[in-house]
Ligand binder design. Structure first.
Ligand code: NAD
Ligand code: LMR
Length: 339
């Protein structure tokens, strides 16, 4: 079969060319926190991504086992595990995309901001290493509180003289994934076809799904139904934290969301046109210096931060309500990084 020919060919790019498509370029992806609840399934999903040629799995412990395990899967990327400070540089060197799910997760009763004291320090030290070893990489920040860890990363990079606002992303894809699932269930549309922009930030009321822009349109939902869908999306993380009852927060759905977002970044880097995802980035579409909205991805990371579109009165109110919390989370991150 053609597939066998492609697999067996020692110069497969020649064979592929004859079918009209260019081979995808070499891309190294590094996962920091790769032995964790998110890190392990994310490592698996990135190993399945044919756009990845090298997969570097870093954590403070347990990465040799995770890397040995994942490396046996017969897909394109070469997998290596790295453990401890001494090996962080090597894990990062030459990386095109660095995904960061390192840090502690919530337990019931905690807010994401309660993670700040531990995770801010972890993110600061990892970003210091990124500035040194792969200053041009695209960063996918998953560690919470995202509303603060992204500004921390920006400050660390600014101090190192490596900051490129086009390459720093807070991963809010899980909010979009949840909004799609919950909307499809209520509006009676095929869940695989649904899209819903989610803007603002990634904590409580700063998560603002724009159901008025959901596509395709399903059955008309009442104001009460939209209010309930909005609240469920905002509390989606807490729903999982409570169900896990002390054993952490979302890991599997987050690994899926992280893999979707990283894939979009890789496609953008490879020059695939019209790649649009919501993400928390440096922004001028509101008065807040960081804000999540639809972003067009390209060869340099952010190609364009897209606007909010038309908002309903309910969404306008949600936008006003989130600004002070988001602003103070941003300021908290900046202050920490400069302390
Ligand atoms: P986890 O505790 O299962 O895994 C975290 C991993 O990070 C561990 O393996 C730990 O060893 C590692 N780690 C700690 N310090 C490190 C360091 N200095 N360098 C490298 N690795 C380090 O937690 P988890 O469930 O995987 O969650 C990780 C983070 O992701 C949490 O902060 C959580 O709140 C966040 N999260 C974000 C989203 C989102 O939508 N952005 C979704 C879910 C979870
Ligand atoms: C999520 O949205 O699931 C994550 O941010 C984890 C959490 O603490 O809720």
């Amino acid at each position: 079969s053609i597939e066998t020919v492609l697999k067996r060919s020692s110069s497969s790019h020649v064979v592929r060319r004859s079918f009209g498509s260019e081979p995808s370029p070499d891309r190294k992806v590094t996962v920091l926190g790769a032995a964790g609840g998110i890190g392990q399934p994310l490592a698996l999903l990135m190993k399945l991504n044919p756009l990845v040629s090298k997969l570097a799995l870093y954590d403070i412990a347990a990465t040799p086992g995770v890397a040995a395990d994942v490396s046996h899967i017969n897909t394109r990327s070469e997998v290596k595990g790295y453990m401890g400070d001494d090996q962080l540089g090597e894990a990062l060197e030459g990386s095109d995309v660095v995904i960061i799910p390192a840090g502690v997760p919530r337990k019931p009763g905690m807010t994401r901001d309660d993670l700040f004291n531990i995770n801010a320090g972890i993110v600061k030290s990892l970003c210091t290493a990124i500035a040194k070893y792969c200053p041009n990489a695209v960063i996918n920040m998953i560690s919470n509180p995202v509303n603060s860890t992204v500004p921390i990363a920006a400050e660390v990079f600014k101090k190192a003289g490596t900051y490129d606002e086009k390459k720093l992303f807070g991963v809010t894809t899980l909010d979009v994934v949840r909004a799609r699932t919950f909307y499809a269930g209520k509006a009676g549309v095929n869940v695989a076809d649904v899209d819903v922009p989610v803007v603002g930030g990634h904590a409580g009321i700063t998560i603002l799904p724009l159901f008025s822009q959901a596509t395709p349109r399903g059955s008309n939902l009442s104001d009460e139904e939209i209010t309930a869908l909005t609240k469920r999306t905002q509390d989606g993380g807490t729903e999982v934290v409570e169900a896990k009852a002390g054993k952490g927060s979302a890991t599997l759905s987050m690994a899926y969301a992280g893999a979707v977002f990283a894939n979009a970044c890789l496609k953008g880097l490879n020059g695939v046109p019209d790649i649009v995802e919501c993400s928390y980035v440096q922004s001028t579409i509101t008065e807040l210096p960081f804000f999540a909205s639809k972003v067009r991805l390209g060869k340099n990371g952010v190609e364009e931060v897209l606007g909010l579109g038309n908002l309903t009165d309910f969404e306008k109110q949600g936008l006003e309500n989130l600004k002070s919390e988001l602003q103070s989370s941003i300021e908290k991150g900046i202050k920490f990084a400069n302390a």
